[in-house]
Design a protein around this ligand. Structure first.
Ligand code: HAM
Length: 438
């Protein structure tokens, strides 16, 4: 009988990769927390209607990529393809809009999209998602971008490009859409890809960010939204650019950046890494002032973004920074099963002194045990055989330089405490990160 397998596009994330995810999440909590974001844990399942109304019925996500099914009572449910619609739903449902002038919410967790899997694109992926609801001013846009920049720098990522665009507002977008449609009508539809031919009717704006070379060539001279926005949208965008310039965040204007979800208006942005191939966008977001009303609530402005953790991980790996697991302090090598009980007790003493490690209880030869200690990347191998057992001693071997001492078991607690203090001291001086990237 075959053993069960994961679903295509879904992955198990083992240690040490899982430690990298924990590192990213903890860094996000720290940085976003410094900007007043509170963590919200959302359900992964919502009524399908939420996404149809929130993301837009004509988007690729809603048309082709959602995991949608009927529950036992025939209600249509969907595994969340993104978090923004769910955050706004929770914000309205909880009545937070009536209590908080500005509400900043951070969500992290898995999202689900039925896309063609490739490097940097999976069907279950993880996002770090921030939403700021209630602030309409350009400073809120700039602050979100500054926070995202701080977060990515804190992760240690370099070589990223911040792309920015404005999509105008309800007042000026229709005028632009007329100009865009006139431009597109003049093209020969046969020269566009099948997706863009469909978008001519359903979602012409998306033709701008089509990656097919022929489509890009045809639309090389397309009018830019930025040149057709109203005075308020232009001033808003100029303010955002001015603040980013002043705070030394460099940006690249990308007039084709329209994003794949319908709720955006005014500022939109993506952070792109050149180093991870075609799926280079590690984060994306923008302003979505109409979304609360689309979902039946009062008009509340909003801006936010999401980082894709799989892509951040790829970019970190590409920079040789993909190892985030803290080293275990010890690997307890028990050479004789008679010694196992005493070793277990000794390891408890080490853990009580805040050290971490495992006990290898199985019988085995010293050489094999040392190899396992090295594989586990432990800093010390504690060797405990019949001779040590008889003398109530343990051999402590430094795995980095091979030096070893024989310690009475009764002093192991003191040794552990000194070692922990040394580690803390080294971490304070920034020499040996305790729970950070190595
Ligand atoms: P998005 O651009 O669809 O925006 O996704 C944000 C990020 O999630 C992308 O830049 C990418 O890093 C990652 N991502 C998306 N799809 C996949 C996939 N199939 N596999 C791996 N990573 C993926 C949103 O989701 C918006 N809700 C962001 C937002 C928040 N806008 C305002 N607030």
């Amino acid at each position: 009988m075959n053993t069960p397998r994961t679903v295509k596009g879904f992955y198990d994330i083992f240690h040490p990769q899982s430690a990298l995810y924990t590192f990213m999440e903890n860094t996000a909590r720290r940085v976003f927390g410094a900007y007043g974001f509170e963590e919200l844990r959302l359900p992964v399942l919502e009524f399908t209607e939420l996404f149809r109304r929130g993301i837009g019925g004509d988007t690729d996500i809603v048309q082709k990529e959602m995991y949608t099914f009927a529950d036992r009572k025939g209600r249509s449910l969907t595994l969340r393809p993104e978090a923004t619609a769910g955050v706004v739903r929770a914000y309205l449902e909880s009545g937070r809009h009536g209590r908080d002038a500005v509400c900043r919410l951070f969500v992290c967790g898995p999202m689900f999209r039925y896309e063609r899997p490739q490097a940097g694109r999976t069907r279950q992926f993880h996002q770090l998602n921030c939403e700021c609801l209630g602030a309409a001013n350009a400073q809120a846009d700039a602050e979100i971008l500054l926070m995202l920049d701080a977060f990515l720098r804190e992760l240690g990522l370099t070589g990223l490009r911040t792309e920015l665009n404005t999509l105008g507002c309800r007042a000026c977008r229709p005028g632009y859409m007329e100009k865009l449609s006139a431009f597109l009508r003049a093209l020969n539809p046969e020269t566009l890809c099948p997706d863009c031919r469909r978008r001519l009717e359903s979602n012409p704006l998306r033709i701008l960010d089509c990656k097919v070379p022929a489509c890009r060539e045809q639309t090389a001279q397309v009018p830019a939204v930025r040149d057709h926005v109203c005075a308020e949208c232009a001033a808003h965008f100029e303010t955002v650019l001015g603040i980013l310039g002043r705070e030394k965040v460099s940006v690249v204007l990308n007039p084709r950046l329209v994003r794949g979800l319908d709720y955006y208006m005014r500022t939109t942005f993506e952070i792109v890494s050149e180093a991870i191939g075609a799926q280079g966008s590690v984060a994306g977001g923008g302003r979505y002032d109409g979304l609360t009303t689309l979902l039946g609530g009062p008009a509340v402005p909003g801006i936010g973004f999401a980082c894709g953790m799989e892509r951040l991980a790829l970019a970190l790996d590409g920079q040789g920074k993909g190892r985030f697991a803290p080293r275990p302090d010890f690997y307890f090598a028990v050479l004789d099963r008679e010694c196992a009980d005493k070793a277990l007790h000794a390891a408890q003493i080490l853990r009580a002194a805040a050290l971490s490690g495992t006990v290898d209880f199985r019988d085995g030869k010293l050489g094999a045990k040392l190899r396992r200690a090295a594989q586990a990347d432990a800093e010390y191998c504690l060797i405990f055989g019949a001779a040590e057992f008889a003398e109530d001693k343990v051999i402590v071997k430094n795995m980095d330089d091979g030096a070893q001492v024989s310690l009475p078991l009764s002093t192991l607690g003191d040794w552990a405490e000194i070692r922990f203090e040394n580690k803390k001291e080294a971490s304070r001086k920034g020499r040996l990160p305790l729970f950070q990237a190595t």
